[in-house]
Design a protein around this ligand. Structure first.
Ligand SMILES: Nc1ncnc2c1ncn2[C@@H]1O[C@H](COP(=O)(O)OP(=O)(O)OP(=O)(O)O)[C@@H](O)[C@H]1O
Ligand SMILES: [Mg+2]
Length: 221
């Protein structure tokens, strides 16, 4: 039901977007107020698209296509998409990726979406000149692969930590509050766990613990 509703909403929305893009191309003929109006319409279409993807379209089960894959490769791919956003905000992203971690059962698109959501939040939390660090390593006690994304941004109040995974909880003026809820659902399907530590005014670290893989011979090269 949700998937077909998503499909039915997407069709007219694509038509709307095409037509708005067409109007946008004849940009020179528009006065400033009309341009502003057009740009607000386009932003709203993107927002509806995002809401469909993150809620209704969730019926696509990402666990159906789990494949042993390289977490490090997916992180590098995420940075290709995301690097410029961080640069624009003058936030530096550094990497400490452990080479000797086993491949883990992943769905590439789901893993990308999780990493992009966490990077987005980390960069949003930073002031200009802030730092985000992305690490992969094996847990000392049991060899679980861990992905850690840390920032030295605003941090989260102790009283708010319990709310941040709730759908529609946001502290941002233009946030939808869906990013972490989506991450949690996607990680559930990968049998991975997400935890965090945060200190107001100091920064936040998110930890994702992936399940132990049984395919030990597949290592990063
Ligand atoms: N790294 C972080 N540092 C500080 N606060 C954070 C961090 N990550 C998440 N939060 C808090 O958790 C809230 C919820 O995050 P979530 O990603 O679910 O939604 P959002 O970022 O507000 O909106 P969007 O749906 O666009 O992602 C944020 O609004 C913010 O208050
Ligand atoms: Mg977010």
């Amino acid at each position: 039901m949700a998937a077909s509703l998503a499909h039915e909403i997407r069709n007219p929305l694509s038509a709307l977007k095409l037509n708005l893009n067409f109007l946008n191309m004849s940009d020179e003929q528009l006065d400033d107020d009309s341009k502003e109006c057009l740009s607000a319409c386009m932003e709203s279409v993107d927002r509806i698209n995002y809401l469909i993807e993150t809620t209704l379209d969730f019926s696509r089960k990402s666990s159906e296509n789990l494949m042993q894959d390289s977490l490090n490769d997916i992180i590098l791919k995420a940075l290709e998409f995301f690097g410029n956003n961080a640069k624009r905000k003058c936030v530096e992203i550094s990497l400490n990726l452990e080479e000797k971690i086993p491949h883990i059962p992943l769905n590439r698109n789901a893993a990308l979406q999780i990493i992009l959501n966490l990077l987005n939040n980390a960069v949003d939390a930073c002031y200009e000149g802030g730092k985000v660090n992305v690490k992969t390593y094996k847990a000392v006690e049991n060899n679980n692969v861990i992905l850690e994304i840390g920032d030295n941004g605003v941090g989260i109040k102790d009283t708010e930590i319990e709310n941040i995974f709730d759908d529609f909880y946001t502290s941002k003026r233009t946030g939808t509050g869906l990013g972490l809820g989506v991450c949690k659902r996607l990680l559930n399907e990968l049998n991975a766990e997400i935890t965090l530590t945060s200190k107001e005014g100091i920064g936040t670290n998110f930890f994702i613990k992936f399940p132990l893989t049984t395919v030990e011979e597949l290592y990063e090269t």
